[in-house]
Design a protein around this ligand. Structure first.
Ligand SMILES: Cc1cc2nc3c(=O)[nH]c(=O)nc-3n(C[C@H](O)[C@H](O)[C@H](O)COP(=O)(O)OP(=O)(O)OC[C@H]3O[C@@H](n4cnc5c(N)ncnc54)[C@H](O)[C@@H]3O)c2cc1C
Length: 437
């Protein structure tokens, strides 16, 4: 077998993974004039946003005010379209703040446009598999595509892969899941169209449709884990988004686990579709579309950063000197080693905290950061920090930190937090650097 690299590319910044964090990171760094490669192992950008098409962007408006930055730019582009391609709505669960519903295809296309306008070199179907670490620096990353092996030389690497494939290969310590190794359940989502909103939602005041769920379970027509049917209005009139079918005990870094879970989840989704069409008034003439290609993975690795954000920090509404994004997302835990789904508020109304930059910086690798759902957080804080809007700004912060590090010829660990936070404020990020939301 020939294991020679086909080519060697040079980059200033290499971003692994084109989910919301990776998109934020790549755009921010490329707009600073840096040569950025963005590797995406699947055939579409968006990450969880694409594996769960139509999923609301939650937590973008702590205390009703936008977190700003690239999130704001993205949603404003959608709001300003004619007709608008997104809408800010009150969430049907009272613990959550306003969320953004959107047309999935237009939203993803807009993200492609933003990457292209910023001159990001995006490579789809390209999986980062290995690193070459010299003198505590990740100098080269190996990736594979259908043609074979490639190498990218990089000054800075930002791992936004959701699972931290590259940070783990670089030797950054991590844990998987909570303190006992339990990871949150995975979910396969789908959308139903031609449903009658009026009948479905006006005549039901339980956002979980528990009386129907109970009947379905009792009669053996839906799986017993579906005791809460979390369903909500989609973006387009008479479309309904189902975030209901959870498969537990799946290790999202194990392809066999994910494949098995995806098939099992599809089975449960089809049972549920059949059930709601026959049992819940308003679904009689509806059809399911946009089922995720694969289960959405909430949680795998969490890396050791210079700082670990904790349950105490979020309960106090801590505002860190290196806070880079505001957050008031509830503690949104789904079947992590138990039967419960929690959406507990972080505290009194109006409370929010900021996520420190140090949660994305390893102790010893001098040119590596990790953003999105792999930052350094304890299990409770993790359940709050992981919303897509926050992931996007975490990425943006790492992209800016990369440009500061290159400009000043500094290790990531030594950049001045003040300089980073000020630059993010200039880019419209709200509620940081001593500024209240
Ligand atoms: C079922 C479910 C429901 C959720 N509900 C909400 C909600 O309502 N609102 C909300 O805001 N958030 C919600 N979340 C949380 C949120 O979606 C995620 O935390 C967030 O999208 C994570 O973004 P990310 O960029 O860190 O990672 P991901 O979105 O996981 O993106 C990582 C990307 O990296 C790619 N990748 C992985 N490994 C490699 C590699 N080795 N090389 C190249 N590419 C690689 C992946 O293909 C993927 O595209 C939900 C999550 C799930 C799973």
């Amino acid at each position: 077998m020939n294991n020679q690299a086909i080519d060697i590319k040079n980059s200033d910044v290499l971003v692994i993974g084109a989910g919301t964090a990776g998109i934020g990171a790549a755009i921010a760094a490329a707009r600073k004039g840096l040569k950025v490669y963005l590797l995406e192992s699947s055939n579409k950008i968006g990450g969880v946003m694409s594996s769960c098409p139509g999923m609301p962007l939650g937590a973008g408006y702590p205390c009703g005010k936008s977190i700003g930055g690239i999130f704001d730019e993205f949603v404003n582009r959608l709001y300003d379209m004619k007709p608008p391609a997104a809408e800010k709505r009150v969430c049907s669960l009272e613990e959550f703040g306003p969320e953004v519903l959107y047309d999935h295809e237009i939203a993803i296309f807009t993200l492609y446009e933003m990457l292209a306008e910023s001159n990001v070199n995006l490579l789809l179907n390209a999986t980062a598999t290995d690193v070459i670490v010299e003198d505590n620096r990740v100098n080269k990353v190996v990736y594979y595509d259908r043609n074979g092996k490639h190498i990218i030389n990089c000054k800075i690497v930002i791992d936004c892969s959701g699972d931290g494939d590259i940070a783990s290969k670089a030797g950054v310590p991590y844990i998987k899941g909570d303190e006992n190794g339990n990871m949150m359940g995975t979910t396969l989502t789908f959308l139903m169209i031609n449903a009658d909103w009026k009948k479905i939602f006006d005549e039901n005041d339980d956002p979980y449709f528990r009386k129907y769920a109970e009947k379905g379970i009792l009669e053996g027509r839906i799986h017993e884990d579906l005791y809460k049917l979390y369903i909500m209005k989609g973006f387009h009139k008479d479309s309904v988004y189902f975030n209901s079918v959870v498969i537990r005990d799946v290790d999202g870094t194990n392809v066999e686990d994910v494949t098995k879970a995806t098939f099992e989840a599809r089975k449960r989704c089809h049972q549920l579709i059949e059930f709601v069409k026959n049992e819940i008034p308003g679904f009689e003439n509806s059809q399911a579309i946009y089922m995720g290609p694969v289960v959405g993975v909430r949680e795998t690795r969490k890396f050791d950063g210079l700082y670990q954000i904790t349950r105490q920090d979020i309960a106090k509404g801590e505002k860190f000197c290196d806070g880079i994004v505001a957050c008031d997302n509830p503690i949104d835990d789904v079947f992590r080693g138990s039967n419960v789904m929690t959406h507990d508020s972080i505290g009194d109304k109006g409370l929010y905290y900021t996520i420190p930059f140090r949660t994305m910086v390893p102790e010893s690798i001098k040119n590596l950061m990790f953003a999105g759902r792999i930052i350094s957080a304890d299990s409770v804080a993790f359940a709050s920090v992981r919303g897509m809007p926050q992931c996007m700004i975490m990425g943006q912060a790492c992209g800016i930190a990369a440009s500061i590090s290159i400009k000043n010829d500094q290790d990531i660990q030594s950049i001045e937090y003040d300089e980073l936070v000020k630059e993010l404020q200039l880019l419209g990020v709200n509620g940081i650097g001593g500024e209240e939301l």
